[in-house]
Design a protein around this ligand. Sequence first.
Ligand code: IPE
Ligand code: IPE
Ligand code: MG
Length: 270
Amino acid sequence: MPSFSPPDPHPSGARPPAIPAQFVPQHVAVVMDGNGRWANERGLPRNEGHKAGEASLVDVVAGAIEMGIPYVSAYAFSTENWKRSLDEVSFIMRFTVDVLTRQLPTLQSWGVRILWAGRKPKLWKSVIKQLEFCEEQTKDNTACTLVMCVNYGGRAEIADAAAQIAHDVSEGKVKPGDISERKFAQYLYNPEVPDVDLFLRSSGEQRTSNFLLWQSAYAEMIFFDILWPDVDRLTLWDAVEEYARRDRRYGGAQDAIASPSDSSTHSSGK
Ligand code: IPE
Ligand code: IPE
Ligand code: MG
């Protein structure tokens, strides 16, 4: 039986905010953006920013474990990132293998289960091999699930699910009339991973860039101006505190009629 130990506390000694369990997100999606700008601002090439971002990811996972967040999805390489220079793409491919190799013992010691979400075509064989090795090595871990999204695209995932459903219909395994939202979700890359509660993006950009489109239909979005290499678990905890204050209505509505004495706070100024 492997023995697990919790992550070391944050170097500042900070502890996670005390938030009632029902307001802790079950799935946090993280767009790790801003590495290139972080490096260029320091007169360094973009790849130095990717290197500096490794510690941020590990610290955010530590913070998720400390807060009891069961699922974290990390956007590491999108289906659109192949547009970058050959130098940068090759670096990211090799670096992804290195990060997984370097961090596996730590993640394993914390009890983290690693999953991969993404498409195989085009992705380097060495990356697929290492992702699958990590999945196998950590499959029984229960402290937190880290979904590494590599060669991932939300539209690709939905198109792949549709293609697989069409295949199963053609084989008579599924009837067209049985295709519901629930059925469709069973064809996503990791169907057991719940919908995204909290969608985070660093670097100030306010867009999804094709991340977890299906799963984020009702996610709370938080965009912050910090570049990814400057993010750590404190950034995650701040975001979770804001998330806990949000009113999630899912399309529902309830009367909350102001009493006459409150009316001055909502007056139109007339
Ligand atoms: C995110 O940082 C990492 C990847 C997309 C692989 P960027 O490389 O996009 O950094 P910026 O956004 O150009 O600063
Ligand atoms: C999204 O960031 C992809 C990852 C963080 C892996 P990008 O930097 O690729 O997205 P855009 O180009 O700003 O939309
Ligand atoms: Mg970017």
